[in-house]
Design a protein around this ligand. Structure first.
Ligand code: FES
Length: 293
């Protein structure tokens, strides 16, 4: 069907210089339709409009190329004269004039070639759009930050504020900042390992007030929630692939495929005995990604 349309269009095309204009218009329409197709796709897409623009894009290239081949490429047969012919001055001038016309014609053909290249090149380029959009939105800072902020009030899943008496030694609770209760990225596991302040690593002397330690609950292997606490060994267990983290030394991994310790959240008790975050997490939580390994 498309071939019939193209054939009819080509037959109706003018010849000579008019044919060059016709071919140029075909390629120009194709370029414009390709740009329209890219814009339509980028702003959300509309199948009918995209179909029409795709038809014009491909139709313009097809009709233009067929018309070019039919009317602008010299048709044979060609005969080459072998004997030497002496030319008169008038004939030489006629020949030079003819060459001059040919030069102009070649210039126009080169323009048509560029139009064809632009048309096909643009069409090829917009085919990258579906691939680029399938990558999803740019993550920006989402991979390296969490909703935790300095002085965030720490609450349990029921929204109750955590105080000095919320947990006994050996107790465990999932906690969130008060403004993001239930947040998947914020979820943090709070463990009480002692009655006195606890230091998991050098530099973290103030991070474990009264034996409360807070770690990201998102496993550094594949992101499962690390929800099981073994009080006897004071280890956190990820149920997905059995990674074990030693709480007393800063949730360092002691078994399983997890590649890194669980990040620790610095916390403190305010003057009213309510638990708060000293800051957000100082490193990205969760599994590795392309920039982190
Ligand atoms: S997700 Fe935790 S060990 Fe695999």
């Amino acid at each position: 069907m498309t071939q019939l349309h193209e054939s009819a269009a080509v037959d109706a095309a003018p010849k000579g210089k008019g044919a060059e204009v016709f071919v140029g218009i075909c390629f120009l329409l194709s370029v414009l339709a390709t740009i329209g197709l890219a814009v339509t796709y980028w702003v959300g897409g509309q199948p009918q409009v995209e179909g029409i623009l795709l038809f014009v894009t491909l139709g313009g290239i097809g009709i233009g190329m067929v018309a070019w081949g039919k009317y602008l490429v010299p048709q044979g047969p060609f005969v080459q004269e072998r004997e030497v012919l002496k030319s008169e001055i008038v004939e030489r001038q006629a020949m030079l004039a003819s060459l001059d016309r040919g030069q102009k014609q070649l210039g126009r053909r080169s323009f048509l070639g560029k139009m064809l290249g632009a048309s096909i090149g643009l069409f090829g380029a917009i085919n990258l759009f579906p691939f680029l959009r399938s990558l999803g939105p740019v993550p920006k800072k989402a991979l390296t930050t969490t909703p935790w902020k300095k002085d965030a009030l720490i609450v349990g899943p029921d929204g109750r504020v955590v105080t000095t008496s919320t947990l006994e030694v050996g107790g465990v609770l999932t906690v969130f900042p008060s403004y993001d209760v239930g947040g998947a990225i914020s979820q943090t596991i709070l463990v009480r390992v002692a009655n006195e302040n606890w230091t998991t690593r050098p530099g973290r002397e103030t991070w474990g007030p009264q034996g409360y330690l807070a770690f990201s609950k998102i496993c550094t292997h594949a992101g499962c929630p690390v929800g099981l606490y073994q009080e006897l060994t004071q280890q956190l267990l990820c149920p997905c692939h059995q990674s074990l983290f030693d709480v007393l030394t800063g949730a360092t991994q002691v078994f399983g495929p997890a590649p890194r310790p669980l990040p620790q959240l610095p916390i403190y008790f305010d003057a009213n005995g309510n638990l708060r975050a000293q800051s957000g997490y100082l490193e990205p939580v969760g599994p590795g990604y392309w920039e982190r390994g």
